[in-house]
Design a protein around this ligand. Structure first.
Ligand code: PEP
Ligand code: MN
Length: 303
C-alpha cells in the first residue's frame, strides 16, 4: 500500500484537503472551530452532575464531559455507574442546555444503553462517543463506532503506540462509514514525563492537522495529572492546555469537579467550578494568539 493510500479517507492531500466538518446538535466541529469540553471525569452524584452543568451553562458552554463507563487499571477501582446514571445525566444536560456530552464507551452494548436512555428521556442532549487511550487499538470497537451514524466520535491517541498507529485507528473508524471524528492528544505513557502523569505530546497538534483532515483535541488533565502550579500562579494544566491551543487545537477536554477531593476517579487532576471562568479566559487568550499567528503566517507567505 502506498503511503497516500494509508489514510485513504482522513488523509490530507491534493484533491482531498477539506477539513472534516460536522454539525451535531447545533455545534460545529472542524479544523477551524474551538470548543472547551469540561466536566466530570466520572459521574458520581446527581447533585454534582447538576452543579457542573449549571457552572457550564453560566459560562455559556454547550459541551461537557461525563464519564459513565470507566476503564480502570485496577479491577478493584470504581468502574463507573454505567447505564444507571444515564437518565439523570441526559435529563439534567437538557435542563441546562448542554448539547453535546463526551462519554467514553468500551463495549458495543454501551451504544445501545446510551441510545435507549436518550430515547427514554426524550433526546434532551447529544453524545460524542469517546474511545479511550486503552482502546485505541480495540479494532472491533472501532468498527462498531465507525459503522453507526447517530453519534460523532472522539478518538484518543494510544498512550503507548506511535502517532501513525493511532491515526490508522482513526482511519479504521472512518472506513466503517462515520467520518465525524475528532482526534485527541492526551500525553504518552513514559517516566520521562515525571512529575507529570504522562509526557505532553501537544507538539503533534499541527502535525495531525497536516497529515489528516480531523479536528484535533487536547486533554491537559490526563497529560499533566496534577493540580500543581508554577511560580507564575498558573497551574501546569492551564499551561499545557494553552500550549495545545496556541498550536491550533480545536477542542480542550478538561476534568472538572465541584469538589475535586471527593471525585471518585482522577481526583488529583480536576479543576474546580470556580476556576472554570479563569480557565475559559486563559484558553480564549491562547486561541486569540493562535489566530493572530495564523494571520502573520499568511502575511509572510504572501510577501
Ligand atoms: C478519560 O478521558 O476519561 C480517560 C479515561 O482518558 P484516557 O483514555 O485518555 O486515559
Ligand atoms: Mn482517567
Amino acid at each position: 500500500m502506498s503511503k497516500s493510500d494509508e489514510f485513504r479517507i482522513l488523509g490530507r492531500r491534493p484533491g482531498n484537503d477539506e477539513s472534516i466538518r460536522f454539525e451535531y446538535k447545533g455545534v460545529t466541529f472542524d479544523q477551524d472551530s474551538f470548543h472547551v469540553v469540561a466536566g466530570l471525569n466520572a459521574v458520581d452524584t446527581r447533585e454534582y452532575v447538576e452543579r457542573t452543568f449549571i457552572a457550564l451553562q453560566q459560562a455559556g458552554q454547550r459541551c461537557a464531559r461525563m464519564g459513565a463507563y470507566k476503564p480502570r487499571t485496577s479491577p478493584y477501582s470504581f468502574q463507573g455507574y454505567g447505564r444507571q446514571c444515564l437518565p439523570y445525566v441526559f435529563e439534567l444536560a437538557g435542563k441546562h442546555d448542554i448539547r453535546v456530552i463526551s462519554m467514553e464507551v468500551t463495549h458495543d452494548e454501551h451504544l445501545d444503553e446510551i441510545r435507549q436512555a436518550l430515547h427514554a428521556t426524550g433526546d434532551p442532549t447529544g453524545v460524542m462517543l469517546q474511545i479511550g487511550t486503552r482502546n485505541t487499538q480495540n479494532f472491533e470497537l472501532l468498527k462498531t463506532v465507525g459503522s453507526q451514524r447517530d453519534f460523532p466520535i472522539l478518538l484518543k491517541r494510544g498512550f503507548g503506540i506511535t502517532l501513525h498507529e493511532s491515526l490508522l485507528a482513526a482511519e479504521y473508524v472512518a472506513s466503517g462509514g462515520n467520518r465525524d471524528i475528532v482526534f485527541c492528544l492526551r500525553g504518552m505513557k513514559t517516566n520521562f514525563g515525571d512529575p507529570h502523569r504522562n509526557l505532553v505530546d501537544f507538539g503533534h497538534v499541527p502535525t495531525v492537522k497536516r497529515l489528516t483532515r480531523m479536528p484535533v483535541c487536547v486533554d491537559p488533565s490526563h497529560s499533566v495529572g496534577v493540580r500543581d502550579a508554577s511560580p507564575d500562579g498558573l497551574p501546569d494544566i492551564f499551561h499545557v492546555a494553552a500550549q495545545g491551543v496556541v498550536a491550533g487545537a480545536n477542542m480542550v477536554l478538561t476534568d472538572m469537579h465541584p469538589e475535586p477531593r471527593r471525585a471518585l476517579v482522577d481526583a488529583a487532576q480536576a479543576i474546580t467550578l470556580e476556576e472554570l471562568p479563569w480557565f475559559l479566559e486563559d484558553m480564549a487568550i491562547a486561541r486569540e494568539a493562535y489566530l493572530v499567528r495564523r494571520e502573520v503566517a499568511a502575511r509572510h507567505a504572501a510577501q
